[in-house]
Design a protein around this ligand. Structure first.
Ligand code: NDP
Ligand code: HEM
Length: 509
């Protein structure tokens, strides 16, 4: 270092570093520029000015294609219960073991500057820096999802974003898709309950949604689903409160999380697993690879695993939250993906988008870097900033021995054989059963069914008439009375046929 003798990231506010251009050359005045005389043109030799402008011109990186708006913090996971009968995951290897992590919560459909309180599922991502590599949990605050056929993800997401012509959120697109792909109904029930507008990130649960395998070195495994239950209690906004907050403070959830951690009010979650042995899974009523279904808790009880706490705000939002890169394929020994086709697609999609959004060396960005990683065959590329493995051979060289840790194959359970087919799942009456289960859960909580009907009506009323009618039929398949209540309330709000707003109005929250 010439001008400053410590890296910028370690300088404290109390220190007084020498201001320099990006090459370290001291600069007398950060606002001055070089020109001819006091009124003449600029000089191309003014590296400081050109550096400043050119860098500013490149400040933006692509926002996440989904989950663009988010907030996060650091924390730790502590094992509270022995689960070594289920898995050899190092992070879970002994009671009391602590693992550091970073988390990011997000909305899904809105852009980077959109409101935190929009009706939307919430992303619930955690990167654990374990002794055997980074283990990412890329979950949501709902236990199910809209699709079970992976091809549908981009198509579905398009309908939740903006109309390609008007550039407006479009209630007709939104409900047209959902009412013609009714396997989504269970998730729609979650989305339009008041849990679709959580009070804050601290007051919501997280769910793996997908089934994973927890494995052991002897080759045995169990299927699991992970639940994180908020210790702050589940708390939601009503539709009206969420709309009001969107206008008053669109960054409410971001602020709430930052402020709570700043004042030492650390949010925590109790972590559980549901466990099914391969034999139990075979006899189970529900397809464990179908992301639109839960495992009923009465049949598959929650087993406690640990406590997860967020206790430190980031120093720099861009460096640590915008650049954090989660992926369901960032796994560690002891956990494997299941055959859920949506999960399998996600294994590909996240590192692919990171290479686009952050670059091929995204794992070298400090917030993403594992505690220890050694792969000298991943070389070069844009922004190789970790020393690029120095003189280490870039192939498995007989002159440089590495340690290769043996991995025992997991016992087979599903045996795959058959012709390659073009597959699309079918909607059956089974798809409405758990949706009805949730409708009944809402019925036990005062006002929740009324709120649900109002939440749907407010949104659906902006859709075209034939889409509205198809949607009433869909809700009628969950519960007859629900269908007719939604029809009545929606039609009260729907614009008169032929009026300008019909079919094109911006969807309300
Ligand atoms: P139970 O009948 O045993 O319990 C109901 C569950 O519903 C609670 O544990 C709670 O999950 C969840 N819940 C309570 N209020 C709401 C609400 N307002 N909005 C959304 N979820 C709520 O559950 P079952 O397992 O038999 O499932 C019944 C229904 O509950 C299902 O149709 C499913 O949609 C929903 N549910 C099930 C989950 C599961 O993994 N089995 C998880 C979450 C919801 P929690 O404690 O996680 O908040
Ligand atoms: C973000 C793809 C389904 C949870 C993303 C991103 C992509 C993506 C491309 C942006 C990532 C980034 O730029 O960093 C997909 C595909 C899916 C799918 C292709 C299905 C085929 C799901 C499901 C869940 C989920 C089912 C939850 C169970 C998340 C979360 C984020 C995210 C939490 C935000 C991560 C962050 O905070 O950076 N998804 N997704 N996604 N997705 Fe998915």
């Amino acid at each position: 270092m010439v001008a400053n003798d410590a890296p910028a990231s370690t300088l404290k506010y109390s220190e007084k570093p020498v201001y320099t251009a990006s090459n370290g050359c001291p600069v007398a005045d950060p606002e001055a520029f070089q020109r001819v005389g006091s009124n003449g043109p600029l000089l191309l030799q003014d590296f400081h000015l050109i550096d400043l402008l050119a860098h500013f011109d490149r400040e933006r990186i692509p926002e996440r294609v989904v989950h663009a708006k988010g907030a996060g913090a650091y924390g730790e996971f502590v094992v509270t219960h022995d689960v070594t009968d289920l898995t050899s995951i190092d992070m879970l290897s002994s009671v009391g073991k602590k693992t550091p992590c970073i988390a990011r919560f997000s909305t899904v459909g809105g852009e980077k500057g959109s409101s935190d309180t929009a009706r939307d599922p919430r992303g619930f991502s955690i990167k654990f820096y374990t002794d055997e590599g980074n283990w990412d949990w890329v979950y949501n605050n709902t236990p199910v999802f809209f699709i079970r056929d992976p091809t549908k993800f981009p198509l579905f997401i398009h309908t939740q974003k903006r109309n390609p012509q008007t550039n407006l959120k479009d209630a007709t697109m939104f409900w047209d898709y959902l009412s013609t792909h009714q396997e989504a109904i269970h998730q729609v029930m979650h989305l339009f309950s008041d849990r679709g507008t959580p009070y804050s990130y601290r007051h919501m649960n997280g769910y793996s949604g997908h089934t994973h395998k927890w494995t052991k070195p002897d080759g045995t495994f169990n299927y699991v689903q992970v639940h994180l239950k908020t210790d702050q209690g589940s708390k939601t906004f009503t539709n009206e409160e969420a709309g009001k907050m969107a206008a008053e403070n669109p960054d409410w959830n971001t602020q709430d999380l930052f402020d709570a951690i700043s004042k030492g009010d650390y949010p925590s979650w109790t972590v559980y697993v549901q466990v099914l042995s391969p034999e139990q899974a075979e006899k189970f009523r529900w397809n464990i690879f179908d992301l639109t279904k839960v495992w009923p808790q009465k049949e598959v009880p929650l087993r406690p695993v640990g406590k997860w706490t967020l206790n430190k705000n980031v120093e720099n939002y861009f460096a640590e939250i915008e650049q954090v890169a989660f992926s369901p394929s960032h796994l560690v020994p002891g956990v494997e993906p299941s055959a859920d086709p949506v999960l399998q697609s996600r294994l590909f999609s996240y590192p692919d988008t990171h290479r686009h959004r952050l670059g091929v060396n995204y794992q070298q960005i400090p917030v993403n870097a594992p505690l220890r990683a050694f792969n000298p065959y991943l070389r070069d590329g844009a922004m190789a900033v970790n020393g690029n493995y120095g003189a280490n051979p870039n192939y498995p060289s007989s002159y440089r021995s590495l340690t290769y840790k043996p991995v025992k194959a997991t016992n087979d359970h599903e045996k795959w054989a058959g012709a390659a087919v073009s597959f699309l799942s079918e909607v059956t009456p089974e798809d409405y059963v758990q949706a009805k289960g949730l409708w009944d859960v809402l019925g036990k909580q005062p006002g929740q069914q009324d709120n649900f009907v109002g939440n749907v009506a407010g949104h659906l009323s902006a859709a075209k008439e034939d889409t509205r009618k198809r949607t009433y039929e869909m809700f009628g398949r969950v519960d007859k009375e629900l269908g007719s209540r939604i029809a009545t309330e929606t039609e009260k709000l729907a614009p008169a046929p032929g009026s300008r707003a019909a079919g094109s109005a911006q969807a309300r929250i």
